[in-house]
Design a protein around this ligand. Structure first.
Ligand code: SF4
Ligand code: SF4
Length: 355
C-alpha cells in the first residue's frame, strides 16, 4: 500500500528531481531490418555503450522508479543484460520492468529471463514481442527470414516461464504500417486465438521510419481493429496486465483512441510528461526528454552518472519550457501512456472506461 501511495505526489504539478519512467536503450545493435523502424539511422553504428560499472553508478544515484523499459536495438545482444536488470532492481526497485525484444533469440531469452525473474521478485515484469502479420508477411516487413517462427518460439518460452513466475506479463505488439494495414484484423485474431498472450497492443508506425511509405495508412483500418480490441477487452477475452489490470486496460483503451486521433491530425489536450516524469537514455549515456527530441539534455558521462544533476540543470529547465511552448503532440505510446496516466484531467474518463 505504502508503495502505491509514494507515487501519488507525481500527480501534483511540482518539480521532480529525476524521471520515474525511464526508457533505456542499452544498445543500438540489432539483427533486425524492419521497414517501419524509427531507430534505423542509429542501428549498428560503432558505439561505446555504457559499461556495467557506469550503469551501476547511474542506478545508485537515481531514486525509485515506477517503470524501467529496457530496449534497443536488440537488448538481448548485450551479454550483461541480466546484470543490468539486477543492478536496477537493487538500487531502484521499479514497480514494473519492461523488456522490448524482437524475439529472435529464444534460447538467450530463456536463460536471461530465468535469471532475471528469479532475482527481481518484488517487481512486476512485462516482456513485449513484435508481430506484424502471418509468417510470410511478418518476415517480409521485418526483412528477416524465419523471424515469425523465432518470435513464436520466444512466446512459448515466456509462457513456460510464466507458469513459475506469474508476475510476468506477456505482451504482443502489432505495429500498424502501410505494409500490413490490410491484414490488421487477421493478424490480431491470429495472435488472440493462437498465441494467446496476456496483452495485445496496437502501435501506429511513428517517427521517421526507414521507409517513409510505412506511415501511409488509412485511419479507418486502424479504427476497425481498435473497435474489435475494445470489444474483446470489455468481454474479458484479453487477460491484461498481471497488476492493476482494470486501471491499465482503461488507460490503454483511451490511449489508443487518442493516438489514432493525433495520427489523424486532431488536437488533444494532453500535457506531455517527457522531460519531467519521463526520460530516455541512449546507449552512450545521452539523456533526452523523449526519443524524438533533436538534442540531448546532457550526457551521463559528463555529469558523474548523476541523472538528478542533469534533471536539475538549466538545460533541462529550458527543454521543459520548450516542450510546454511547442505543445507538440506525437502519438508515441511510450510517452502518451505515462502522460495520460498522470494527467488528473483524464481521471474521470479512465474511471468511465472501467465501469
Ligand atoms: S524495429 Fe526493433 S527489431 Fe526492427 S530493426 Fe528496429 S530496433 Fe531492430
Ligand atoms: S509530445 Fe512527443 S515529441 Fe513532444 S515532447 Fe512529448 S514525447 Fe516528445
Amino acid at each position: 500500500m505504502f508503495d502505491q501511495i509514494r507515487w501519488l505526489k507525481y500527480f501534483l504539478p511540482i518539480p521532480v528531481s529525476s524521471p520515474i519512467y525511464l526508457l533505456f536503450f542499452v544498445t543500438s545493435k540489432c539483427t533486425g531490418r524492419c521497414r517501419h523502424c524509427f531507430y534505423w539511422r542509429s542501428l549498428n553504428q560503432k558505439e561505446d555503450a555504457l559499461k556495467l560499472e557506469e550503469i551501476e553508478a547511474l542506478s545508485r544515484k537515481t531514486g525509485r522508479l515506477l517503470q524501467l523499459t529496457v530496449t534497443g536495438g536488440e537488448p538481448l545482444l548485450r551479454e550483461d543484460l541480466a546484470e543490468i536488470f539486477q543492478i536496477f532492481y537493487r538500487y531502484n526497485q521499479p514497480f514494473n520492468f519492461g523488456l522490448a525484444t524482437n524475439g529472435y533469440f529464444p534460447d538467450r531469452l530463456e536463460k536471461i529471463m530465468n535469471r532475471v525473474l528469479s532475482a527481481t521478485i518484488r517487481s512486476n515484469f512485462t516482456v513485449g514481442l513484435p508481430v506484424e502479420g502471418p509468417a510470410e508477411l511478418n518476415d517480409s516487413i521485418r526483412e528477416v527470414k524465419g523471424a515469425f517462427e523465432r518470435t513464436y518460439q520466444s512466446l512459448k518460452i515466456l509462457k513456460g516461464l510464466k507458469a513459475h513466475f506469474p508476475r510476468l506479463t506477456i505482451l504482443v505488439d502489432i505495429t500498424a504500417s502501410h505494409f500490413n494495414q490490410d491484414h490488421l484484423l487477421e493478424t490480431y485474431r491470429m495472435v488472440r486465438d493462437d498465441w494467446k498472450p496476456d496483452l495485445i497492443n496496437l502501435i501506429i508506425t511513428r517517427g521517421e521510419p526507414k521507409e517513409a511509405e510505412a506511415k501511409q495508412m488509412a485511419p479507418e483500418k486502424i479504427r476497425a481493429l481498435l473497435g474489435l480490441m475494445e470489444t474483446d477487452i470489455r468481454s474479458g477475452k484479453i487477460p491484461g496486465y498481471g497488476f492493476s489490470p482494470r486501471v491499465l486496460q482503461a488507460k490503454d483503451l483511451l490511449l489508443r483512441r487518442i493516438a489514432l486521433e493525433i495520427f489523424e491530425g486532431k488536437k488533444r489536450r494532453l500535457k506531455c510528461q517527457a522531460g519531467r516524469l519521463i526520460g530516455v537514455i541512449f546507449p552512450e549515456g545521452q539523456v533526452y526528454p523523449c526519443e524524438l527530441w533533436s538534442e540531448p539534455i546532457g550526457n551521463l558521462r559528463d555529469f558523474d552518472y548523476d541523472l538528478k544533476k542533469i534533471w536539475r540543470s538549466e538545460k533541462a529547465k529550458q527543454v521543459r519550457g520548450e516542450i510546454v511552448d511547442r505543445d507538440c503532440r506525437c502519438y508515441h505510446q511510450c510517452f502518451l501512456s505515462p502522460s495520460l496516466f498522470f494527467d488528473p484531467g483524464y481521471f474521470w474518463k479512465m474511471f468511465q472506461e472501467m465501469i
